[in-house]
Design a protein around this ligand. Structure first.
Ligand code: 1SD
Ligand code: ZN
Length: 255
């Protein structure tokens, strides 16, 4: 733990974490009419995401989010100037009343958001890369409500009760993590931003996929209701408000 912070006092993060008041912060609102189509954005290639259940993955509640630790054999081999390796994925969500995605599309929140955090292969690990200008690439997906259970999300959500207490963890069988992302990876937004949590390092090359992932209402409710932060509080509304662009441009891979 590097200092105490919470989502209730996000306006005060910068008093302890100076980067949080920088000019390239995340999340942002994606104004679809202002996004610039860039035909040269290369398609994203994922290798080693098809994990099998011979491997176990650690799932944990760190008091700020639900996180799945990923093996660094999962790599993004094209789409960026460098190769990136996976470190972890985690979620941001709200309540039944308040949709909790971090990014917004034309000022509208989605119910939840998934982040797959990757670090530049030229660095040894996530913590070394996190402060480097070319250190991180996060792949983000909007999560909405659909009619059907999402069997892939259920591989994580079925273990929620085992990590309801802050700082608890469990092991789950690995699975094809690619299936947590939308089917179509070709349609995405791209911009330069930051970690959305302290210390807010401005080192993230952000990708937000256009297509929404859907889970059932019951599955979303499980995410919203099961985890605790501290002894009595629910872990909920763990999203940061959209930050100013300060002249940044959002690129789109599609028209
Ligand atoms: O919120 C996460 C934080 O938990 C940590 O994983 C960090 C990477 O070290 O990334 C941020 S975020 O920007 O991916 N939300
Ligand atoms: Zn995140």
């Amino acid at each position: 733990h590097g200092g105490h912070w919470g989502y209730e006092d996000q306006a005060a993060w910068s008093s302890e974490f100076s980067h949080c008041s920088g000019k390239s912060q995340s999340p942002i609102d994606i104004d679809t009419r202002r996004a610039l189509y860039d035909r040269s954005l290369p398609p994203i290639t994922l290798e080693g995401y098809d994990l099998t259940d011979s491997l176990a993955l650690t799932l944990l509640n760190n008091g700020h989010t639900l996180q799945l630790v990923l093996p660094n054999t999962m790599r993004i081999t094209s789409g960026f100037d460098n190769e990136f390796r996976a470190a972890q994925l985690h979620f941001h969500w709200g309540t039944k009343e308040v949709p909790g995605s971090e990014h917004t599309i034309d000022n509208v929140h989605f119910p939840a958001e998934i982040h797959m955090v990757h670090y530049n292969s030229k660095y040894a690990n996530l913590s070394e890369a996190a402060s480097k200008s070319d250190g991180l690439a996060v792949l983000g997906g909007f999560i909405g409500i659909g009619l059907h259970e999402n069997d892939n999300y259920e591989k994580i959500l079925s273990a929620l009760a085992d990590v309801s207490i802050e700082e608890s963890n469990t092991e789950i069988p690995a699975f094809n993590v690619r299936h947590l992302l939308p089917n179509k990876l070709e349609r995405f937004y791209r911009y330069n931003g930051s970690l959305t949590t302290p210390p807010c390092f401005q080192t993230v090359n952000w990708t937000m996929f256009n297509d929404t992932i859907t889970v059932s209402r019951r599955q979303l409710a499980a995410l919203e209701d099961t985890l605790k932060a501290g002894q009595h509080q629910h872990l909920t509304k763990n999203f940061r408000a959209p930050q100013l662009l300060h002249g940044r441009h959002v690129l789109a891979s599609f028209t």
